[in-house]
Design a protein around this ligand. Structure first.
Ligand code: HEC
Ligand code: HEC
Length: 260
């Protein structure tokens, strides 16, 4: 932590020296998106009384014990805390090795089995539960590794995610790497480009006026470069998520969080 901090301070000092007043933002590739929040949002994020994320956590807690259509999450899983480790182990391969399942996919499956048939990945309850689970896992590091019996399938998905990250796309003909590795700390319209770490999710984005998962954020980046949008839960999005989480190994989870 202190090493990270000193790298951060040194890189800030360098930035000031090299680019003077041009950019007040750090360009350290190991920083969470939370390091790129404008001061106004940072203040809001640190104030539980007015941070909109708090409302979503309350809502998640209600959904956790909701037994109106079938068994509640609590009745099968006990305390929210019991799923802490699960948060940092997703996306995970399905038992047959054909699908990468992320946390929201799993919440959706469990909700559907408990009688909530009309939910989708972007349903408010699914996102509220995701926020609640991420909150209990704050401070944990990702634990993503190939399962012993599924090495080949897992490695193939990771390789696909790695390749997608470097693949040019859309009318702007840009790859993730062009923005999130080569232009960290630069201003892009109203945004400052971060290293695209998956640590801060799910996010309450002011421009969405709501909570969104990493799935939605990745689709927003496809849209940003005017590429054809993959549908929610597209395997490409899960492969990218796996890649991002492996790339962020050593970093700790610091979501749910606010974004512009
Ligand atoms: C043209 C530049 C550009 C490209 C290309 C691009 N993004 Fe982004 N992305 C952004 C901007 C701008 C944001 C919002 C500010 C930020 O957090 O970086 C963002 C945000 C993100 C975030 C959220 C980070 C956070 O903490 O909130 C992730 C994750 C992400 N992008 C992943 C990707 C992936 C994966 C790709 C390739 C499929 C990609 N992006 C392509 C510009 C881009
Ligand atoms: C009827 C019992 C039942 C209910 C109700 C239920 N689950 Fe599950 N859940 C399971 C079982 C069984 C598994 C493990 C097997 C599997 O992967 O399907 C599981 C797995 C999970 C996992 C992954 C755990 C891990 O260690 O990998 C998460 C996260 C989860 N459930 C969240 C929820 C949430 C949130 C709710 C409430 C919306 C919920 N579950 C409701 C039975 C239930």
């Amino acid at each position: 932590m202190s090493r990270l901090r000193s790298i951060f301070l040194v890189s800030c000092a360098l930035m000031h020296w090299v680019v003077a007043a041009q950019s007040p933002w750090p360009s350290d590739a190991q920083l969470s998106g939370n390091a790129f929040l404008p001061p106004r949002l940072k203040t809001l994020q640190n104030d539980p009384g007015s941070n909109p994320v708090s409302l979503w956590l309350d809502r998640g807690a209600l959904a956790w014990s909701d037994s109106s259509t079938g068994p509640s999450c609590a009745s099968c899983h006990g305390k929210v805390n019991s799923l802490r480790e699960a948060v940092v182990q997703h996306p995970r391969l399905s038992a047959d090795g054909t699908k990468l399942v992320n946390l929201e996919d799993q919440i959706l499956t469990c909700r559907s089995q408990a009688g909530k048939k009309s939910d989708s990945l972007e349903s408010e309850e699914v996102l509220a539960l995701s926020a609640l689970l991420h909150q209990t896992a704050k401070g944990l590091a990702w634990q993503l590794q190939a399962p012993v019996s599924q090495q080949v399938q897992w490695q193939a998905r990771l390789e696909r995610g790695t390749a997608l990250y470097a693949q040019r796309m859309g009318r702007m003909n840009l790859a993730c790497v062009h923005c999130h590795d080569q232009n960290i700390g630069k201003q892009m319209r109203a945004d400052v480009i971060s290293p695209a770490h998956p640590t801060g999710f799910p996010i309450y984005r002011m421009s969405w006026q709501g909570m969104g998962s990493i799935d939605r954020r990745l689709r927003a980046c496809y849209s940003g470069v005017q590429a054809q949008l993959p549908p929610p839960a597209d395997p490409a999005l899960r492969d990218l998520e796996l890649f991002l989480k492996v790339r962020a190994s050593g970093m700790t989870l610091d979501g749910p969080s606010l974004r512009r």
